[in-house]
Design a protein. Structure first.
Length: 236
């Protein structure tokens, strides 16, 4: 396609630019976008082809120039904002890389039990609770430990598990899942527990505009849901 002109009587004799088939063998590149050069060409053609008996008023030309200037300024601003957004994403990604090897509090994620260590976690209770029950399950889904706590005040409840089952036997190292059941105002609900896990990698998700943290147990969690960051675990 190439740009051609013709006089449109409905526009008072003003010449209109249109796309017409290019001649065979033509290698001239086609520009389908209206930029500054194209606008000035159209504007100059409009001045040349206007009806001398009924010329376009100066105010109309000024308005067209103002509209183009505003459009150009908006385009430049959009390009600048996109550059700033890319810079912010790069900075966030670099900062996210510093999390590798550290422990974070991942909601509803499995917790890694190490020999001689305990598992801790946080439970958010904005309205408090009449009772909180904790159940610990191994990787096969078997319940190995249960604990019931009484009334709790509003805020964050810190829980710990020493790695022993209900019989007092030490459980082997591995991944365990802790479930919290909260009874409040006659309603029984399960709430997520933020348990520590080691960060293995960090990736950027364009769909969510967020960093996705991959944990050592294979689970993933958005960085915006991480409530706590700890130093790398030390060997007992």
């Amino acid at each position: 396609m190439a740009t051609s002109t013709y006089t449109d009587p409905s526009l008072g004799g003003i010449t209109r630019l249109t796309n017409a088939p290019a001649k065979s063998g033509s290698t001239t590149p086609v520009n389908d976008k209206m930029g500054q050069k194209e606008f000035l060409t159209l504007f100059t053609t409009q001045l040349k082809m206007q009806n001398p008996l009924d010329p376009v008023k100066n105010e109309a030309f000024v308005a067209q120039l103002a509209q183009f200037s505003q459009l150009e300024a908006t385009t430049l601003m959009g390009n600048s904002m996109e550059a700033v957004a890319k810079s912010i994403r790069s900075e966030r990604f670099i900062n996210g890389a510093s999390l590798i090897g550290k422990q974070i509090a991942a909601p509803s994620g499995p917790a890694r039990l190490r020999e001689g260590a305990t598992i801790s976690g946080l439970i958010s209770l904005p309205n408090g609770a009449d009772k909180v029950s904790l159940d610990v399950y191994d990787s096969s889904g078997n319940k190995v430990f249960a604990r019931s706590m009484g009334r709790q005040t509003p805020g964050e409840l810190r829980m710990t598990w020493n790695g022993r089952n209900d019989a007092g036997q030490q459980m082997p190292e591995g991944d365990y899942r802790i479930v919290a059941t909260v009874t409040s105002l006659g309603q029984v609900t399960q709430v997520p527990i933020s348990t520590p896990a080691t960060v293995r990698s960090v990736t950027y998700s364009a769909a969510n505009d967020d960093l996705i943290v991959e944990l050592s147990n294979g689970a993933t969690v958005p960085l915006s849901q991480v409530s706590r960051i700890d130093a790398p675990p030390t060997s007992p």
